[in-house]
Design a protein around this ligand. Structure first.
Ligand code: SF4
Length: 253
């Protein structure tokens, strides 16, 4: 079964999480604060689309409101063929494994890949996300020159749940290549190409195994509750897994 970049990031955190996404999504409980953060992230992404000026977006929908991936893939190919400079949600597929690049920008003879995240620091899971995209685009024959993160450059007192180390803060300052202000929002662009290239190897190693977890006949991986249930993202199945653990313990007693 093909997987998306979201599937990959979730599978790398916990294979059982990916299995539950595919087989039992009704067991998810998304806390309201997490949903609010996701919505805010989507808004930030929409605003970042125009930071390089004019752009074309491939997003297409079916009559039932779901994303029309085939239309997005076809539109992306047409835009690449016509030499479009900035493509948002540029869609690519390799053996069905799919990604939509937030911003793909023409640079010289190739393209720069930009991933937008409403966070001030380049957390490791963002590099995983970029590594997945790099692999798919490279397999699709896209000449990639570099890969970068577009982050928030807002100064906030709010603790960012994705801040995972002081090392990251240092990396931002070292890799920060550009600061842009648009419509009152401050963005910073950070070059993480070296780390994203390295991450491609991890992606290539796991991508097909993760796909197998989505098959109808795949068995649920046996994974216990632990630190991985909180990092990098709090898992939406924690209540289900804790209840399952309690039942298993009672059955043994
Ligand atoms: S709660 Fe923990 S063990 Fe259960 S699916 Fe989530 S990450 Fe995996």
């Amino acid at each position: 079964m093909p997987i998306s970049k979201t599937d990959f990031v979730r599978g790398l955190q916990c294979e059982k999480m990916l299995w539950l996404d595919a087989h039992c999504p009704h067991l998810r409980i998304i806390p309201p604060e997490v949903q609010a953060r996701l919505d805010k992230g989507n808004e930030f992404g929409d605003k970042a689309m125009g930071i390089f000026g004019e752009f074309v977006e491939t997003t297409s929908f079916k009559e039932d409101g779901r994303l029309n991936y085939s239309a997005m893939l076809a539109k992306t190919q047409a835009l690449l063929a016509s030499g479009e400079n900035v493509i948002c949600e540029a869609a690519f597929s390799w053996y069905g494994n799919y990604c939509a690049v937030d911003i793909l920008r023409k640079e010289g003879d190739g393209y720069a890949l930009y991933e937008v995240k409403n966070s001030p620091i380049p957390a490791k899971q963002f590099i995983v996300d970029l590594g997945f995209q790099r692999l798919i685009l490279r397999k699709c024959g896209v000449p990639l020159i570099t890969s970068k993160l577009i982050l928030s450059d807002e100064i906030t007192e709010e603790k960012n749940p994705l801040s995972n180390s002081a090392e990251n803060e240092k990396q931002v300052e070292q890799g920060c290549v550009e600061r842009i202000e648009k419509d009152g929002i401050r963005f910073k662009i950070v070059d993480v190409d070296k780390a994203a290239k390295l991450m491609e190897r991890t992606v290539e190693k796991h991508i097909f195994a993760f796909g197998k977890l989505k098959r109808k006949d795949a068995a649920c991986p046996i994974v216990g509750v632990g630190a991985h249930c909180e990092t990098p993202y709090p898992c939406w199945y924690i209540q289900h897994c804790k209840a399952q653990m309690q039942t298993n313990t009672s059955n043994i007693e």
